[in-house]
Design a protein around this ligand. Structure first.
Ligand code: MYA
Length: 623
């Protein structure tokens, strides 16, 4: 049994400790330098600093009244899906049945997070995450139908729209049966979102823009009548008077004329969603439809995406629950070699890993959502990590569920084959995992780098910067004696102290690795993708560790019936994740690994030059 007695710190003590910790560190920092403090836990660990507010204690994002509200919406939706929805039928039709769409429009499913005055259900991020989990357990295609509409399609209007834009468009897209879409990607611009070519030119009278260009793989592209479109525009710098091309976001109505769509794409999964190319030919957009200000489009696009990424984690957490349920049903009933297969260590390891991956994913999704509900603004890295982690975890969990079911899992009738096909795109869209890994590593490094620069400058005028130099100096001296490292002990319950140490050690090794990378490569670190990916993987494992430490501690403090299981999962996760972190960081420094990265570069170059693999059959014959 888990001890929940005298050794366990109360929630209010934790909150006090946390805020005292933050206040002292904020005060120290603001005395030392006047930079604004980033409250993101992940951004700060790149500097070896712990700002626990975003992770400890696990956010309580809904009071009783809000919980009841969320439940009152989620429960009937879940019942509706269980009783009246068939994902295979949606896939066959190429869209969810009209009766299902009607039901969703009528019950507010298209306007979950919009304020009531605009026809929405006024749900919080946590509420949205809950709905995502419900839908994700049923059909990932349907999740995209709903998510592309509200998570990115009209989210920009909610985040950046003027009162007039909100009044005009939000009621249309929440209850007015007008589908919204997000049009960023182009034939020549996928992950490199800044390189879009669509262009909008302002008229001489200054009243409208003329938009030309085309967008690719737009979810809802063939059925949306309101689109958030990104295009290059010429912007004059107010200070220098110089003209520059910058991205601007627009709300475009199909009814403006000149908006057409290609045929629906034939896709591997999420086949009930409509994905098309969208063309803009001399589309006249009134200037009032600029969203978030002329020239601010790139930031608008990124922030829309940042704001929605947690939804994917919550949704895929629901999917994993459904996959695990299928695997469990089989493990409980299947007898092989004279034994029920659930008795085999091999199956147990799979089931445990799947469950832990689901737990981590769910913890991340609701952690990010909860922090956003509490007003956090610095959640970009955490949201990106939750997207990367969840899409890979869900793939693994579904794949392993198929493995446990064996031949049955491979049959369409079990339903897992469709889920696996549907999950695949989640690693690609809303920011491909590969580019998001680089985003995580580089954003963190940039923050750490600015600190090192401050330090270098401080050394140029030591008398004026004694505080900063002394603080940094004593931190490094202490670390060199193996003391003064990070300490997560105060934030977790007794049974998790050892796991918290593993996580803290990982954080210390991580920040030292960042510093070493910066010293070795300076700005050139941007080119070192083999190393950046390993840094990102370490960051992901660390964020996963703090999530489970925080959530399992909450479970113990709140005496949840699942507390014992949650502690077990957190312990196993921390052992495995901290091992991976040490291994990844080792690869960043050690000669043999660095040489193998160079070798991999050479291998890949040769294959590309050759148009495929270079070696022949062992028989050495031509075919
Ligand atoms: S929609 C299409 C998705 N497309 C993408 O996600 C594009 C991916 N590309 C990027 O995100 C960017 O281009 C990257 C940066 C990250 C590669 N937050 O020079 P830069 C700032 C804030 O590094 P780049 C779809 O798929 C940066 O600090 N700021 O830029 C459908 C810098 O600022 P400053 C950011 O090299 C999905 C400036 O921008 C961010 O071009 C349907 C330039 O930076 C950021 N993230 O690239 C999904 N990034 O100038 C449905 C950069 O101040 C899901 N910056 O230094 C449904 C699930 C839910 C269902 C629920 C149902 C209920």
């Amino acid at each position: 049994m888990i001890r929940t007695g005298a050794t366990v710190v109360s929630r209010s003590t934790i909150l006090k400790q946390t805020s005292r910790y933050l206040q002292t560190s904020l005060a120290r920092r603001s005395n030392a330098n006047k930079q604004t403090v980033n409250t993101s836990f992940m951004v700060n660990i790149f500097r070896g600093e712990i700002h626990p507010l975003q992770v400890f204690p696990y956010p309580e994002a809904a009071d009783q009244e809000q919980k009841e509200y969320i439940q009152s919406i989620a429960q009937p939706v879940q019942r509706f899906f269980t009783e009246r929805y068939d994902p295979a039928e949606s896939e066959r039709l190429g869209h969810p049945p009209q009766a299902v769409l009607d039901e969703l429009w009528e019950t507010g499913g298209y306007g979950l997070m919009a304020p009531e005055e605009y026809g929405g259900l006024n749900m919080s991020n946590t509420g949205y995450a809950t709905m995502g989990s419900v839908v994700g357990a049923v059909d990932l295609g349907l999740a995209v139908v709903l998510g592309a509409h509200q998570s990115i399609g009209w989210k920009g209007i909610l985040l950046y729209g003027s009162d007039e834009q909100k009044r005009k468009y939000l009621p249309m897209v929440t209850t007015g049966r007008t589908v919204a879409a997000f049009a960023l990607t182009e034939p020549g611009s996928g992950s490199d979102a800044g390189s879009i070519r669509s262009r909008a030119v302002k008229s001489a009278c200054g009243k409208y823009y003329t938009l030309n260009g085309s967008k690719l793989w737009i979810t809802g592209g063939g059925i949306a009548d309101v689109l958030t479109v990104f295009a290059r525009t010429e912007v004059t710098d107010s200070k220098t008077g110089q003209k520059k091309d910058k991205v601007t976001a627009f709300v475009v109505e199909r009814s403006f004329g000149g908006v057409t769509s290609g045929p629906p794409e034939d896709k591997m999964g999420i086949r009930c969603t409509n994905t098309t190319e969208v063309y803009f030919d001399d589309v006249k957009i009134p200037v009032e439809n600029v969203l978030g200000g002329e020239g601010n489009g790139f930031k608008v696009a990124m922030n829309i995406l940042n704001n929605g990424r947690f939804g994917m984690a919550a949704t895929l957490a629901g999917t994993m629950i459904a996959c695990i349920a299928k695997a469990t049903e089989h493990a409980n009933s299947r007898i092989q070699f004279g034994k029920n297969i659930k008795e085999f260590g091999n199956v147990q390891e799979k089931m445990a890993r799947m469950t832990i991956l689901q737990y981590v994913t769910q913890s991340m999704g609701f952690m990010v959502a909860g922090n956003m509900d509490h007003g956090s603004k610095d959640f970009h890295l955490e949201a990106a990590i939750s997207k990367i982690f969840s899409s890979e975890a869900a793939w693994h969990v579904c794949d392993e569920a198929i493995q446990i079911l064996g031949g049955n899992g491979f049959m369409k009738g079990t339903g897992l084959e469709k889920v696996l096909r549907d999950i695949r795109i989640y690693r690609i869209f809303e920011g491909a995992n590969d580019v998001l890994r680089l985003f995580v590593a580089l954003s963190g490094i940039q923050y750490a780098g600015s600190h090192l620069k401050e330090l270098q400058l401080a050394f140029k005028n030591p008398t004026a910067n004694l505080g900063l130099i002394f603080k940094e100096g004593s931190r490094r001296v202490a670390r060199s004696f193996g003391v003064g490292g990070s300490d997560l002990g105060p934030f977790v319950v007794e049974p998790l102290k050892e796991s918290a140490n593993l996580c803290a050690e990982s954080i210390d090794s991580f920040s030292l690795a960042v510093e070493a990378l910066l010293f070795k490569y300076g700005k050139r670190v941007v080119e070192e993708q083999f190393l950046l990916i390993r840094l990102a993987d370490s960051a992901i494992d660390i964020y996963a560790m703090v999530n489970v430490l925080s959530r399992a501690s909450r479970a113990v403090r709140n005496n949840l019936p699942s507390a014992e299981q949650e502690v077990l999962m957190a312990k196993v996760w921390c052992v495995q994740a901290s091992g991976r972190v040490q291994n990844n960081l080792k690869q960043i420094n050690k000669r043999v690994y660095l040489e193998s990265f160079t070798a991999m570069s050479q291998i890949a170059r040769k294959v590309c030059e050759n148009g495929g693999v270079v070696h022949k059959l062992p028989l050495e014959i031509e075919l």
